[in-house]
Design a protein around this ligand. Structure first.
Ligand SMILES: Cc1cc2nc3c(=O)[nH]c(=O)nc-3n(C[C@H](O)[C@H](O)[C@H](O)COP(=O)(O)OP(=O)(O)OC[C@H]3O[C@@H](n4cnc5c(N)ncnc54)[C@H](O)[C@@H]3O)c2cc1C
Length: 455
């Protein structure tokens, strides 16, 4: 018997059910990561799924995991290609040997298809929970209260002590299994970086653990609710998203660390609010599992798709960060260079893309998916659909007034000055006038579509 542990969005050793199961079984183990070929292939809009910062983050996470496994004399085998074909090749390599595949539960339909394809090859597959706070069984206990609007989901969860406490993270014992070498070769060619990348938090399990313990030690969590909407700032929000998206940190561990912090230093609206945001993530994850491919349709989870029409000029302006709306262009530049933008800016950019540029919301979601280091299919498409008014939100659409948002969240245009230094001599008032269509910044492109002012 040979055990194959296929890691996808669970690139860590702590709180890892897969490693625990493998170790408990004792048969030789091969640990695998596959870079799916389709992530590297450009789609009809010229986008792939591995932009510079995202690719940088993923590589750092894999390097860190590789080193940690090496300490336990286990190799991390990294392949590139079609996952199903790679498992077929492994099966051929081990003809006559029983194989057992361990892998995390599928989050997205694409992963479900891979896992059922592998089962169809006749390979026994055991799945484990790695990405969410709650287990499938726990979610089933919610019965008719799920799926439902977020507030009902949250109220139900908060009213259920069994759920609200969240399962305790499991200890991953030292592996104590022999490595199973693989002869299979499938060299990985990582995309070349087109931009100089500057991640806000370094990639990988150990970097993320250091960052998280620094965040708690600094007590920045005690101002989380007040500062989380800021557009910049090291401690303005938790910066956990990329580590959670790739599973370098376990969300259950984070939850328990917050509870421990509350027990030691006192609970506050801020510590609660960080868990509240983690519940949004949880909600989108279970929503995607429930609705599956429907979320990727033009009408998302609603009966009607929002109004949109293809417009190559507007699309090109977005891709080149030359929409002429400095708040949006600054966000687009930041995204390409760091793989991160604040939640507030994501909301404003998505709103402009959907409600002003009137482009298909799914195109915007794919753009974010390519560049965000924290790209998480459930949270990304869930949030885009929500702003497009075809997600879970009962309101028909959520349009943001970019000018009012700029006055509130970047009153001195610091974020814009940082990412668009050519505007460093301009104050927020002039920038807003330009965004609304008064062409008062002669050296800056005019808005492809002005950001309307008013209510
Ligand atoms: C259009 C759009 C696209 C988005 N795409 C993604 C994505 O691909 N991946 C992703 O992780 N988040 C996404 N978000 C949610 C949110 O913007 C990021 O999680 C957050 O900005 C990450 O920074 P942080 O870790 O400092 O967040 P914090 O404010 O510190 O929040 C803590 C954690 O809670 C979760 N969280 C917070 N807000 C949300 C939210 N609105 N939806 C889901 N989870 C949330 C994240 O895991 C985050 O790390 C998107 C939001 C919008 C509006």
């Amino acid at each position: 018997m040979v055990q194959l542990l296929w890691l996808r969005n669970d690139l860590r050793l702590h709180d890892h059910e897969g490693f625990r199961l493998a170790s408990g079984h004792g048969a030789p183990l091969a640990v695998i990561f596959i870079l799916p070929q389709q992530w590297l292939t450009n789609d009809d809009a010229g986008m792939n799924r591995l932009g510079s910062a995202k690719s940088h983050y993923l590589r750092s996470a894999l390097i860190d995991l590789h080193r940690q496994l090496e300490d336990q004399t286990i190799d991390l085998h990294i392949f590139s290609g079609d996952p199903l074909q790679i498992f077929k090749d492994i099966q051929a390599e081990f003809t006559g040997t029983d194989l057992r595949l361990l892998t995390a539960e599928a989050q997205a339909p694409e992963e479900s298809d891979w896992i059922s394809g592998i089962r169809d090859l006749g390979m026994p597959v055991t799945t484990y929970s790695a990405q969410t706070l709650f287990t499938e069984k726990q979610i089933q206990t919610l019965g008719s209260s799920y799926p439902s609007p977020f507030t009902r989901f949250r109220n139900t969860v908060e009213g259920d002590p069994g759920l609200w406490q969240v399962k305790t993270p499991v200890d991953t014992p030292p592996l104590g299994v022999h490595e199973q070498p693989l002869r299979l070769q499938s060299p990985v060619s990582w995309p070349q970086s087109a931009y100089q990348v500057k991640l806000p938090v370094s990639g990988g399990e150990r970097g993320a653990q250091l960052w998280w313990s620094d965040y708690l030690k600094s007590d920045a969590i005690n101002h989380y609710k007040t500062t989380r909407n800021q557009l910049m700032g090291k401690y303005s929000s938790s910066h956990l998203s990329a580590a959670l998206a790739w599973g370098c940190l376990s969300v259950r561990q984070i939850w328990h660390d917050i509870l421990q912090y509350e027990a030691a230093k006192g609970a506050s609206e801020h510590t609660y609010w960080l868990r509240f945001e983690l519940l949004w993530r949880e909600y989108f994850h279970w929503s995607l599992r429930h609705h599956g491919k429907q979320l990727f349709q033009p009408n998302g989870l609603a009966s009607h798709a929002p109004e949109s029409r293809p417009d190559p000029a507007r699309w090109q302006a977005w891709c080149n960060a030359t929409t002429g709306v400095p708040m949006v262009d600054a966000g687009l530049r930041e995204l390409r260079h760091t793989g991160h933008i604040s939640n507030r800016l994501r909301q404003n950019m998505a709103s402009y893309f959907i409600h002003q540029l009137k482009l298909d919301w799914r195109l915007g979601a794919r753009w974010f998916e390519m560049y965000l280091a924290d790209a998480d299919v459930a949270s990304n498409y869930g949030n885009w659909a929500y702003i497009a008014g075809c997600g879970h939100d009962p309101r028909p659409q959520r349009q943001f007034n970019l000018n009012r948002q700029l006055r509130q969240y970047d009153p001195h245009a610091e974020h814009i000055h940082y990412w668009c230094p050519e505007l460093s001599g301009e104050n927020a008032t002039n920038i807003i006038r330009h965004q609304t269509g008064e062409q008062i910044l002669p050296l800056y492109p005019a808005p492809v579509v002005p950001a309307p002012d008013g209510d």
